[in-house]
Design a protein around this ligand. Structure first.
Ligand code: HDD
Length: 699
């Protein structure tokens, strides 16, 4: 029988290929049956009146199979429809009993299983991974005191302050309802119309237009719980917390042109990246931290901690690292797990409590409600991925697709007929923090939520020049897709109120007049370096992919030298050749390739090696895909090593030796270990940002 690899794909060798017509017993496989367990003799032909006659209604096997197929889709999530999941575990670094009684944070020896789902927000389930969007970062902890869901995003603030506005926000960003486009994109009139009428969205817009909106990988992005939550300790003391996830690999992004091209070359770029990393044992890891503060500190902040459009600068309240999450197992079945997993911010455990943030309060209703229409039943907690892994029992009965079979007459509490029936437990049960409350019933936005500009300015001021340029370019791209001039003007007006330079640069890029800046809100902000990705970028080649474009006639040994050097630093070298089968090496044998050049463009790699040999074949130098490979790697600021043939390819792609910079490593006829080391060290720095001014017009 064909043996499945770790990734689940059977190896394709003739010796193990199953023979047509083998019986199930001969193959060593179970017999295929109907859903009622009846063995099926012929799974390929329907029951007909004669070999060429009509199909019979009597064919219960056909009808069962087709009926199931017809119902294989459930409504996709109204937001975050496109996602990728993984299993793993969380382990605290030490006992956190001093701040919370949450059981999973008490013992550094205890691993709590988790299921994580990363997602985009606006696109449908089949949309591209690399669109500009916020990314969802939802974690389900299967603790021994029940399931705890931390349902966050990769951006620490949100577009709106009150859940009342959420349906409007989502209607504005989703494809326009008459034409059903654009898909998975905020670059259209209705989104910017809404945003420009909603200054509270300004802060998050700055983040979404920054490189955070186009992450390099789900494994390389931060996550945030956003709202203020509470930790409750054994004595009942409450402390406010904000949750942060930090990827161990560091946080990195794509560049825009690359993201656009990847969307065509590999729409599953992030999904594949997560799957492959876990499949290859390179387990993604994230550190969970909290910012801890009390009500007195909160009262002293110049913003309201119940306002989800605000963050707490780390300089004000530093992070306390609690523990580490490792994702070490791919789902067995996408639908059963990643599609059916149901998160809910109201899934909390003793030791973790909520706050009065009006966005969070609305979410507490929405998530339970949405599962009822999406999963079709109030019994969605019985789907394996949603089931607690601790004992659970109550007196709920019935409902669509009830899986459990509860015995006995008693389905009520209190009862005196069945002493084994579950009863309430005041000692171990969840207790809400008894926050004092007495206020008028009122529909109003608090005054303390009124400043929409100071933190948008803080974010802008905290970015490097490169990052600011990317923000301007993103606003330019998005607003250039807006047809109604009044919407563009209104939006740019807000940007002037955030910062004169920002407004001026976006206005100039769109060909609009400059205007006086207003400096609305809290005036000059003290920059927060923690808000910049580039200021905290790590040098590393771990899990990075290096694309080696190789022409026929190149030495296999040279490719191997690069491979070994890359692997020593934790990266992976992948061969891209002019034919899928591989390249004809100088030593003789054909060396198998990972990609054919058209299917393996340089956008899929973090750095590239161009090996054409001393006399590159004409096919190598004239091929459009090979030229794009070289040109894109240069334009996307990547490190390039090139032998003579590679240098010739770069020239054909319009990059002459005068353009070479420190991230282009030309290789002499005899390649030295020093040259390879230079390549590897430069690749670990990811991109040469100073090259950008040479390859993109200023904005
Ligand atoms: Fe939400 C899904 C994150 C505000 C209503 N949301 C959803 C998911 C994430 C978030 C990561 C996907 C979960 C998964 O993978 O299954 N949402 C957020 C964050 C928010 C936020 C970080 C603000 C801080 N969401 C928000 C509001 C509402 C919703 C204000 C409604 C009042 N969100 C939903 C939803 C979804 C959802 C409609 C769609 C599918 C689902 O819940 O299970 O109920």
């Amino acid at each position: 029988m064909a043996r499945a690899t770790k990734g689940g794909t059977p190896p394709s060798s003739n010796s193990t290929a199953p023979e047509l017509g083998q019986t199930a017993a001969e193959r060593g496989a179970p017999s295929i049956t109907t859903n009622q367990g009846v063995v099926i003799a012929d799974n390929r032909n329907s029951l007909k009146a004669g070999p060429r006659g009509p199909t019979l209604l009597e064919d219960f096997i056909l009808r069962e199979k087709i009926t199931h197929f017809d119902h294989e889709r459930i409504p996709e999530r109204i937001v975050h429809a496109r996602g990728s999941g993984a299993h793993g575990y969380f382990r605290p670094y030490k006992s956190w009993a001093s701040i919370t009684k949450a059981h999973f944070l008490q013992d550094p020896k205890r691993k709590t299983p988790v299921f994580v789902r990363f997602s985009t927000v606006a696109g449908g389930a089949g949309s591209n991974d690399t669109v500009r969007d916020v990314r969802g970062f939802a974690v389900k902890f299967y603790t021994q005191e029940g399931n705890y869901d931390l349902v966050g995003n990769n951006i620490p603030v949100f577009f709106i302050q009150d859940a009342m506005r959420f349906p409007d926000l989502i209607h504005a960003v989703k494809p326009e309802p008459d034409r059903e486009f654009p898909q998975a994109s905020s670059a259209h009139d209705t989104f910017w119309d809404f945003a420009s009428l909603m200054p509270e969205s300004l802060h998050m817009l700055m983040w979404a237009m920054s490189d955070r909106g186009i992450p390099r990988s789900y494994r390389m992005m931060e996550g945030f719980g956003i709202h203020t939550f509470r930790f409750i300790d054994q004595a009942g003391t409450s402390r406010f917390v904000k949750f942060h996830w930090r990827p161990k690999l560091g946080s990195f992004s794509l560049v825009w042109d690359e993201a656009v091209k990847i969307a065509g070359a590999d729409p599953d770029f992030h999904r594949r990246d997560l799957w492959d990393a876990i499949d290859q044992g390179k387990f993604p890891a994230f550190e969970l931290s909290v910012q801890i503060f009390d009500e007195e500190m909160a009262a002293g902040f110049p913003f309201d901690v119940l306002d989800s459009t605000k963050l707490i600068p780390e300089e004000l309240v530093p992070l306390t690292p609690l523990g580490e999450m490792v994702l070490d197992r791919n789902p067995d079945n996408f639908f059963a797990e990643t599609e059916q997993v149901a998160f809910h911010p109201g899934h909390v455990v003793p030791g973790i409590d909520l706050s009065n943030d009006p966005l969070l309060q609305g979410r507490l209703f929405s998530y339970l409600d949405t599962q009822l229409s999406r999963l079709g039943s109030s019994n969605f907690h019985q789907i394996p991925v949603n089931q607690p892994k601790c004992p659970f029992a109550n007196l709920q009965r019935g409902g669509h697709m009830r899986m459990s079979v509860e015995k006995g007459r008693v389905a009520y509490e209190p009862n005196s007929l069945d002493m084994t029936a579950p009863v309430q437990d005041p000692d171990r049960g969840y207790k809400h923090h008894p926050e004092a409350m007495e206020s008028p019933k009122i529909r109003i936005r608090p005054e303390s939520f009124a400043d929409h500009h100071s933190q948008a300015r803080l974010f802008w001021k905290s970015q490097t020049d490169t990052e600011r340029t990317h923000i301007v370019a993103a606003f330019r791209f998005e607003l250039s897709k807006v047809d109604v001039a009044a919407v563009r003007e209104r939006m740019v007006g807000h940007l002037f109120d955030v910062d004169a330079e920002l407004g001026g640069r976006v206005a100039a890029a769109l060909g609009m007049p400059a205007r006086q800046a207003d400096m609305a809100g809290g005036g000059e902000a003290q920059p927060s370096p923690a808000l910049s990705l580039l200021k905290k970028a790590r040098e590393t080649l771990e899990t990075r992919k290096i694309g080696c474009l190789v022409a026929d006639g190149v030495s296999a040994d040279l490719v191997d030298q690069f491979r070994r050097a890359v692997e020593r630093k934790g990266g992976k070298l992948m061969i891209v050749s002019m034919k899928r089968g591989g390249f004809q090496s100088a030593e003789g044998p054909v060396v198998p390739a990972d990609f054919f050049v058209q299917g393996g463009p340089s956008i899929l790699f973090d750095a590239v090696v161009l090996l054409g040999g001393s006399q590159p074949p004409a096919a190598f130098l004239m091929d459009a895909a090979a030229k794009h490979f070289a040109a894109d790697a240069f334009a996307h600021l990547k490190t390039i090593a090139a032998d003579d043939g590679g240098v010739a390819l770069l020239a054909k792609a319009g990059i002459g030796q005068a353009d070479f910079d420190e991230a282009v490593v030309p290789l002499s006829a005899k390649v030295t270990p020093a040259a390879i080391s230079r390549f590897v060290a430069s690749a670990a720095r990811h991109r040469l940002w100073s090259r950008e001014a040479k390859v993109s017009a200023p904005v």
